[in-house]
Design a protein around this ligand. Structure first.
Ligand SMILES: Nc1ncnc2c1ncn2[C@@H]1O[C@H](COP(=O)(O)OP(=O)(O)OP(=O)(O)O)[C@@H](O)[C@H]1O
Ligand SMILES: [Mg+2]
Length: 428
């Protein structure tokens, strides 16, 4: 792991543009002192270049960098260069889950059930790892992804899915600086998150349920409608009953999805671990064979179409920073790493990884979780995989329901008031 050890400035050479997403451009890159190719994300969010947000961004990324799980994209480095923020990550070869779903949809086909369940179980394992992360004294770090969606699941050619963008959603979230501003995608946003209420790990359970629903049905939880009606429906969790949307699906699977998608937070699975166990029991009773090979096969089949589509979208766009070099300074990171709130977490992790070359966890439950083998038949989870490209979200828009609501209310009130004034002036 590079981030914790970095005490000197680091140079990155940016190569081809992998993708331009909602959050910024992602480049393939190399560094003289890192043996593998990495992904460098240039953060284009306005907030990310805000001076006040720099420490928060770095802190979020430092916390994200403590996550070590084969179903989470590794955060390697972070910093500011050329007056912009950059995030350096493990490069994941292969498509996003969104691209795979799109490829299936264009052929009017559905993802095989064992692949959908296998992906959901592995995403749940990655989430459980993050949610259970604690400080050395046992205080939970309270890590929540907040933007679990098919666009943020990268799948390697080995069939291993990895969650990306941990901590980034929080940057614009109500927890840090801007009350009412919500980052996320309407199609997998938990109602409490849409309302701007405080959220916890169960918002990720909802989003995971929505993602599983999308994999099984091939459709979004909220079919496309106007942003105004969508706002109210998402905020109240008002979607068409799952059983009606996928009447032919197994009732056991429908029950799991419905529980995860409960608008009532306390009626959902208590944890990602519980969600994963529920899917595991379902798999066992239905004798479904979940393998990374089956997922890899799906990647293999859809990859040519996806690459073609990416070329169309990119239109020979090499990216502004193609061929350029950036230098990420160590100073800010060093300062932050010394902050008392982070020190224990980062130090503990350093010790944990240097003793035997493999990471282990910060507390008892996490240790058990980290040691447990993935419950997949014939499953093989290679540690880290190399390289590749992206997509644009189907409904990957960012929105701010609170702003829209306030604007509508204020406009209506102003109109009524002016109308009243006009009426009074005409009458008297
Ligand atoms: N570590 C990575 N390795 C390989 N490709 C990546 C990596 N991170 C992101 N990408 C690709 O870059 C694309 C753009 O990423 P980005 O997260 O900026 O955009 P997004 O997911 O479309 O939107 P959002 O910013 O809302 O998450 C992704 O769709 C993905 O294909
Ligand atoms: Mg993303």
């Amino acid at each position: 792991m590079v981030l914790r050890a970095r005490s000197t400035d680091r140079i990155y050479h940016l190569h081809r543009l992998i993708a331009a997403g909602g959050m910024g451009e992602v480049y393939e890159a190399s560094a003289p002192d890192i043996s593998r190719t990495v992904a460098v994300k240039r953060m284009m969010e306005q907030n990310a270049t805000d001076e006040n947000l720099l420490p928060l961004f770095l802190r979020e990324m430092l916390v994200a960098s403590t996550l070590e799980h084969h179903n989470i994209v590794e955060v390697i480095d972070v910093g500011k260069a050329k007056n912009e923020l950059f995030l350096v990550m493990e490069l994941v070869a292969g498509p996003t889950l969104a691209e795979i779903l799109e490829a299936y949809k264009s052929r009017s086909a559905r993802l095989p059930l064992n692949v959908a369940c296998g992906l959901a179980m592995q995403i749940a394992q990655g989430l459980a790892h993050a949610h259970e992360r604690c400080q050395p004294d046992g205080t939970p770090l309270g890590i929540v992804h907040r933007d679990v969606a098919p666009e943020n699941v990268l799948i390697g050619h080995d069939g291993v899915p990895k969650l990306v963008d941990f901590g980034l959603a929080k940057l614009n979230g109500q927890d840090l600086t801007q009350p009412g501003i919500i980052r996320g995608r309407p199609r997998s946003l938990a109602p409490e998150q849409a309302r701007g209420d405080p959220t916890d790990a169960r918002a990720d359970i909802f989003a995971l349920g929505a993602t599983l629903f999308e994999m099984v049905s091939g459709e979004c939880l909220y079919p496309q409608e106007t942003i105004a009606t969508l706002l109210y429906r998402v905020a109240s969790g008002d979607y068409e009953p799952i059983g009606l949307r996928i009447p032919n699906a197994d009732p056991g699977l429908i029950a799991i999805i419905e529980k995860a998608l409960s608008p009532n937070v306390s009626a959902r699975h208590r944890s990602a671990r519980q969600f994963e166990r529920a899917l595991g029991s379902f798999r066992a009773t239905r004798e479904l064979r979940l393998t990374t090979q089956a997922i890899a096969e799906v990647v293999h089949q859809t990859w040519p179409t996806i690459v073609e589509r990416r070329h169309e979208v990119m239109q020979h766009n090499e990216g502004e920073l193609y061929g350029q070099t950036i230098v990420l300074p160590a100073d800010e990171l060093k300062l932050l790493a010394r902050a008392p709130s982070l020190q224990g977490t980062l130090q503990k992790r350093r010790r944990a990884t240097t003793s035997n070359g493999r990471p282990h966890s910060l507390n008892a439950p996490l240790t058990r979780a980290a040691r447990s083998r993935p419950r997949f038949e014939e499953a093989q989870f290679p540690q880290r995989s190399p390289s590749s490209i992206p997509s644009r979200a189907l409904f990957g828009c960012r929105w701010n329901p609170a702003d829209r609501l306030y604007t509508t209310v204020i406009t209506l009130t102003a109109t009524l008031f002016l109308g009243l004034l006009w009426f009074i002036s005409r009458t008297y």
